[in-house]
Design a protein around this ligand. Structure first.
Ligand code: CUA
Length: 352
């Protein structure tokens, strides 16, 4: 091979490599990391990307060189010379990818193992997914205590390993906070776990990333990473407002409405929600009248047995029928009262 050819190949390769590197670096492909686990995942991505850029540069250089150098004349319809087998090249193109893929899998295995290792004493938070809401249960203040806090918001202390255990009450959901990197399905009947060590205080959003029904795209929850002091203060205030039994998270209808995710699917003026997956909860009074039932009884029945009476224009089996299990009696009563009170308010406003 002539020296000039090698120089041209190198130039094409360097230019292609620079172009690919710019695309990799200048486009913000990944969210800014907010956890130790995401840092490691990003390392894996960059490790793989650098290998890909190198291979791309080599392939692009040879392709560009060949297109320019061996270009056939317009009237040349002859075949190229017959070539069969080249043991040396075959060994190279088998061995090089094998080494690279092995390197990527070794790095990935190390990252997966490290991301699963949260030290001896991680914070344990239980996550319950159901159509179409997330609920979080924080550990009690003393071991075996009965003041565990539940809420519809995930609050995490910064710089502490958190072991999340995921459960689902109905179908498969998937837990993902993009900035934290880690992702796992919540599968009915089994328990899955996920480790996160937040490194950056701020507000994030937990997304469901498994198509789980009509309200899937609304199945989100607020995530806050705060200082350890603010985390303790949050738990203390939730315990205080937790009501009788120290159940935490609140039995009052407003907080049940929020934590059970009602607003993901229903419009309810009092709660400021405007989703339209299910019927509007501002018109419960009229619906109860149509059904010929007392309002309170109608509302309660519609929550625990949503398929019994369907609002016109809405299908059955969309709303989960698990609320008699997932809500306590106090929470259910609070929620019914909240919805009934909302009718009275709405009615007065409309009337006045
Ligand atoms: Cu839950 Cu999608």
């Amino acid at each position: 091979m002539r020296r000039g050819s090698i120089v041209r190949l190198v130039i094409y390769g360097v230019l292609s490599g620079i172009a690919a590197s710019l695309v990799a670096v200048l486009v913000p492909w990944l969210p800014t990391s907010a956890s130790e686990e995401m840092d490691r995942i990003e390392f894996t991505f960059w490790f793989t990307t650098v290998i890909c850029i190198a291979i791309f540069a080599i392939v692009a250089a040879v392709s560009i060189y060949s297109v320019l150098k061996f270009r056939a004349a317009p009237e040349d319809d002859t075949d190229g010379p017959p070539i069969h087998g080249h043991t040396g090249i075959e060994i190279v193109w088998t061995a090089v990818p094998a080494v690279l893929v092995t390197a990527i899998s070794v790095v990935s295995a190390i990252v997966l193992a490290k991301n699963d290792d949260l030290g001896a004493n991680p914070l344990r938070i239980s996550v319950t997914a159901q159509q179409f809401a997330w609920r979080f249960e924080y550990p009690p203040s003393t071991e075996g205590g009965d003041d565990a806090v539940t809420s519809g918001e995930l609050v995490l202390p910064v710089d502490r390993g958190v072991r999340l255990t995921l459960h689902s009450l109905d179908v498969i959901h998937s837990f993902w906070i993009p900035e934290m990197g880690q992702k796992s399905d919540a599968v009915p009947g089994i328990e899955t776990t996920l480790g996160i060590t937040p490194t950056r205080m701020g507000s994030y959003t937990l997304l469901c990333t498994e198509l789980c029904g009509p309200g899937h795209s609304t199945m989100r929850a607020a995530v806050r990473v705060v200082s350890p002091q603010d985390y303790e203060a949050y738990l203390a205030s939730e315990r205080e407002g937790g009501g009788p039994g120290g159940g935490g998270g609140g039995d009052d209808g407003e907080s049940v409405f929020a934590s059970a995710g009602c607003g993901s699917c229903h419009t309810f003026e009092q709660a400021g929600t405007d989703a339209e997956v299910g019927p509007s909860l501002d018109e419960l009074a009229a619906a109860a009248e149509t059904a010929g039932q007392p309002l309170e009884e109608f509302v309660r029945e519609s929550i625990v047995d949503p398929n019994k009476q369907l609002a016109e224009g809405y299908q059955g089996d969309v709303m989960p029928s698990t609320y008699d299990r997932s809500l306590s009696e106090d929470q259910l009563t609070g929620l019914v009262q909240y919805l009934v009170d909302g009718q009275a308010n709405g009615g007065q406003e409309n009337g006045g």
